[in-house]
Design a protein around this ligand. Structure first.
Ligand code: CMP
Length: 420
């Protein structure tokens, strides 16, 4: 337990550190090119920033070396080498400002962090895609603006900051293909630069149009899937001339299932999980029933787990007959939400069963046809346990067998309306 907690706090601290490194790398990605182009005028106190980057990047290398689980395989060591290169203040040592570009290699760690978020924060997958795209685009635009400033320089009579803002504006208007400027490229390198920029702009534009629409449409895939399914179903029902009343009931059913998020089939959605996780998830999903069925309060954990794994959710609508008297018993039910009515031979109500009650056990215990008809009075969420599983559990857990037999005995004795 303590081990697990220690592991957890280590992971949190490590997460914070990675974010700090990513922020520093971004900082470097913005400052270094600006400093190369504009020197101290554009980035005052650059020396201090550079010292800070050296310190934090070196600390990062040391931390990574001390936690070898973070350096896996050849790729891990290569990345560590890259970390080391980006930590060395090459420009200050050699006196060549362009060497500071080695700092940008640290952006690899940003890419690594972003992609690990992608896989661990799947619930925000689409939003994150948008944010990552915005992040890289912003950095590229800054670099391009620095590049243009280096080529063109600030116009006479303006300071470097204004020059940078002009370049940024020029890059943005060229990228967005607006051409909203009279700043035409003049020299050959400028023309080549502008042409490359335009191609980059068109590609980005295409990416944005294609992806943003797709991302927005997929923000809630479950909802999109639901509406698509409903559309198909509606047109099918119209085409086959299904009566309006029946159509309404089909739609009501789907709306109910959707509202309670049962739209997903639990069994298939969870099928890939390893057994231990599957048990925990099943127990959580079925906690409503497990907490409300009185018998489970005294049952062993093992039995509860086993039943939780074998119960399958089913939904019934108001007035639906779940089974009729005289039918063969194939399963028993636990009520998770809603209520059902037990009807005797003459259609007289014998009992109303609610959340936490069970029914359908008598035919299985006595090995006889159903002793009564059971009908849903409103929307009902039930959990179904099939006969084979029921028999299996009954034979292995005497406490469960005793409880079910006692219930059967009690119900056989009672012929009045009872609310159990
Ligand atoms: P089964 O005989 O399989 O099908 C009808 C179900 O109605 C039966 O199992 C019991 O679960 C339930 N049932 C029958 N009689 C009563 C009663 N008097 N009170 C409550 N539930 C009953």
């Amino acid at each position: 337990m303590i081990e697990r907690r220690r592991h957890h706090s280590w992971k949190t601290a490590w997460g914070f550190w990675r974010v700090l490194i990513a922020v520093s790398a971004t900082f470097a990605a913005l400052l270094v090119p600006a400093h190369i182009v504009g020197g101290e005028t554009l980035v005052p106190h650059y020396r201090w920033y550079d010292a800070f980057l050296t310190f934090i990047f070196f600390t990062d290398v040391v931390i990574r070396l001390r936690a070898p689980q973070n350096v896996v395989g050849t790729r891990g060591w290569l990345l560590l080498g890259v970390d080391l290169v980006s930590a060395v203040p090459l420009a200050a040592l050699t006196g060549i400002p362009a060497f500071a570009l080695a700092r940008l290699l640290k952006l690899l760690r940003v890419a690594q962090l972003l992609s690990s978020w992608r896989y661990h924060r799947l619930q925000y997958w689409n939003i994150l895609r948008l944010v990552y795209f915005g992040y890289w685009l912003a950095i590229c635009i800054h670099w391009l603006a620095c590049g243009w400033l280096a080529l063109r320089g600030a116009s006479p009579g303006t300071d470097l900051w204004t020059g940078y803002l002009h370049s940024l504006f020029w890059v943005l208007s060229t990228l967005t293909t607006l051409g909203f400027t009279d700043n035409m490229p003049r020299t050959n390198p400028e023309i080549v630069y502008a042409a490359v920029l335009m191609i980059f702009g068109v590609a980005t534009y295409g990416y944005v149009i294609g992806n943003v629409a797709n991302i927005l449409a997929n923000i809630d895939p479950a909802r999109a899937r639901y509406f698509e399914h409903m559309e198909k179903l509606s047109s099918f029902m119209n085409y086959r001339g299904i009566p309006a009343e029946l159509q309404r009931r089909v739609r009501d059913y789907h709306a109910y299932v959707w509202e309670h998020r049962l739209g997903y089939d639990e069994a298939t959605t969870l099928s890939g999980l390893p057994p231990s996780l599957l048990i925990e998830v099943s127990m959580f999903l079925k906690r409503d029933v497990i907490q409300h069925v009185p018998f489970f309060a005294t049952a062993s954990d093992e039995l509860i787990q086993e039943i939780a794994l074998c119960m399958h959710p089913v939904v019934y609508m108001p007035g639906d007959v779940i089974f009729r008297q005289g039918e063969r018993g194939r399963d028993m039910y636990f009520i998770s939400r809603g209520a059902v009515e037990v009807l005797g031979k003459d259609g007289q109500p014998m009992a109303i069963l609610r959340k936490g009650d069970v029914f359908g056990e008598m035919a299985l215990v006595l090995n006889k046809p159903r002793t009564a008809t059971v009908q849903a009075t409103g929307y009902c969420d039930l959990y179904r346990l099939e006969k084979a599983m029921f028999d299996d559990i009954l034979s292995r857990y005497p406490e469960f067998a005793a409880h079910v037999r006692a219930l059967t005995r009690e119900r056989r004795g009672s012929r009045r309306v009872v609310n159990t």
